[in-house]
Design a protein around this ligand. Sequence first.
Ligand SMILES: [Zn+2]
Ligand SMILES: [Zn+2]
Length: 148
Amino acid sequence: MSPALPLTGGCLCGAVRYTVSEVARETCTCHCRMCQKQSGAPFMGFVTAERQALSLSGEVRRYRSSGFATRGFCPICGSALTFEYDHEPALVGLTVGTLDDPEAAPPTLHWGVESQLSWLKLADGLPHRTTEEDEAFQAAIRKAASPS
Ligand SMILES: [Zn+2]
Ligand SMILES: [Zn+2]
C-alpha cells in the first residue's frame, strides 16, 4: 500500500521541514545496530523518496555512518532525518518517526532482523529479512569494501 501523498514531516525542534511528493519504495523498518545507535530506539522506519520529489528546508548535517551510507540529522535537536546509500544516489530515505503523520507510511518489511531485540515481538505477518538475505545490499557493501 502506497502512502497518501504528499508526505510532510520535520525534526523535533521544527528547524528542518520536508515534503515528499513521490515515494520510490514502500516503508521498511531497520533493526540494524547502526539504526539502534543513531536513534537510541529498538529500530527505525524509513520511507524512501525520489530525491527530485523531496523538498527540504533547514540545515541537515550529514554523518558518514559506513563506507556505503550517510545519515542526516538536525544539528539543533538531533532528530535523525535522512538515510542515503551511495549506490542509490537518486533516492533518499526519510525516517518514519519524523513524519507529521507516522501512521501514513506503515511498514511492508522488517529488515536487518538479525539484530532485532529478543524482547521485541512483531506479530504483524510482514516479511522479515536479514541483511545477509538482501542481494542488492550485499553487492553494494562488497563494492564499497573494494572500490576498483
Ligand atoms: Zn531540529
Ligand atoms: Zn539500519
